[in-house]
Design a protein around this ligand. Structure first.
Ligand code: NAP
Length: 247
C-alpha cells in the first residue's frame, strides 16, 4: 500500500473515450488522483495518463474488462493499492449492440447485459466494502434516458440501463447508513463514438426531438458527475441530462 495521497481518489470505468474520458479529465482538473480502466484502447489510455500527470495528478490506467468479476476486482484492488482508498467511483463503461428483439442474438443480449449491468455490479461490489469501513464514499453510475423511457431496437441496452437504476437505488438504501451515496446519471444523446455511426436521417430526427436542438457534450456529463459527487444530501437519485428530449 502506498502512502495516502492528500488528493481524493476516484475510479472511473471506460475512461479512454467519450463520457468516461471527459470525467477523468474533469476529476483530475478538480484535484483527484484517478484510476481508470478500458477494454482495449492502449494508445488512448497512454495519452490520458500523460494528460493527468501533466495536470499535477496521478493517473493509473488498467486494461480491465468490467464484464469479468476477476478483472473488475483486480482493477479496484490495484487502484486502492497504488492510489489509496477510493472516495468516488464512476461507472461509465458501456456498449450497444442494437437490433429488433425478434432477430437479436443471445450473444448480443448477453454481452450488453454483461458489460453494462454486470460490469456496474462487479465494480460496485468490489469497491463499496472499503468505503463502508471508512464510512465515506460516493458512487455515480451512468445509465441512459433509454433505461428510463425505452427505445425501439434496444431491448438489451434498455434492460441493462434500467437495471442500473434499480441497482443504484437499492445500493443507496443499503450503504446510506454508512455515509455512502449512490446516484445515477441518465444522459440523452451525447457526442461520442457511441453515436458517431447514427445514420444522418436518424440523427436529424433525434436532434429534432431535443428542445435544446443539439446533442450534449461529454464535458457536460462530466460537469454533472462533478456536481453530484459533492452534493452531500443527494442519494438514490436519477439525474437527467438530455437537452429535454423526454419533455
Ligand atoms: P464510448 O465513447 O463508446 O466509450 C466507451 C468506453 O467504455 C471506452 O472507454 C471503452 O474502452 C470502455 N469499455 C467498453 N467495454 C468495456 C469493458 N467490457 N470493460 C471496460 N471498459 C469497457 O461510450 P460513451 O458514449 O462515452 O458512453 C459512456 C456511458 O454513457 C455508457 O455506459 C453509455 O451507455 C452511456 N450513455 C451514452 C450516451 C451517448 O449518447 N453517448 C447516452 C446515454 C448513455 P475502449 O476505448 O478500450 O474500447
Amino acid at each position: 500500500m502506498t502512502a495516502p495521497s492528500p488528493r481524493p481518489v476516484a475510479l472511473v470505468t471506460g475512461g479512454t473515450r467519450g463520457i468516461g474520458r471527459a470525467v477523468v479529465r474533469r476529476l483530475a482538473a478538480d484535484g483527484h488522483d484517478v484510476a481508470f480502466c478500458y477494454a482495449s484502447d492502449q494508445a488512448g489510455a497512454n495519452t490520458l495518463t500523460k494528460e493527468v500527470d501533466e495536470s499535477g495528478g496521478r493517473a493509473l490506467a488498467c486494461r480491465a474488462d468490467v464484464s469479468r468479476a476477476d478483472e473488475a476486482g483486480s482493477f479496484v484492488k490495484r487502484a486502492q493499492a497504488e492510489l489509496g482508498p477510493l472516495d468516488l467511483v464512476v461507472t461509465s463503461a458501456g456498449i450497444v449492440r442494437d437490433g429488433p428483439l425478434l432477430t437479436m442474438s443471445d450473444e448480443d443480449w448477453r454481452t450488453v447485459l454483461a458489460t453494462n449491468l454486470d460490469g456496474t455490479y462487479h465494480i460496485c461490489r468490489a469497491a463499496v466494502f472499503e468505503m463502508m469501513k471508512r464510512r465515506r464514499g460516493c458512487v455515480v453510475n451512468i445509465s441512459s434516458v433509454a433505461g428510463v423511457h425505452g427505445h425501439a431496437s434496444q431491448t438489451n441496452y434498455c434492460a441493462s440501463k434500467a437495471g442500473i437504476i434499480g441497482f443504484t437505488k437499492a445500493l443507496a438504501k443499503e450503504v446510506g447508513p454508512y455515509g455512502i451515496r449512490a446516484n445515477v446519471i441518465a444522459p440523452g444523446f451525447i457526442e461520442t463514438d457511441m453515436v458517431a455511426d447514427l445514420p444522418v436521417r436518424a440523427r436529424e430526427d433525434a436532434v429534432g426531438s431535443i428542445p435544446l436542438g443539439r446533442f450534449g457534450a461529454p464535458e457536460e456529463v462530466a460537469d454533472m458527475v462533478a456536481y453530484v459527487s459533492t452534493a452531500a444530501y443527494v442519494t438514490g437519485s436519477v439525474l437527467h441530462i438530455d437537452g429535454g428530449i423526454v419533455l
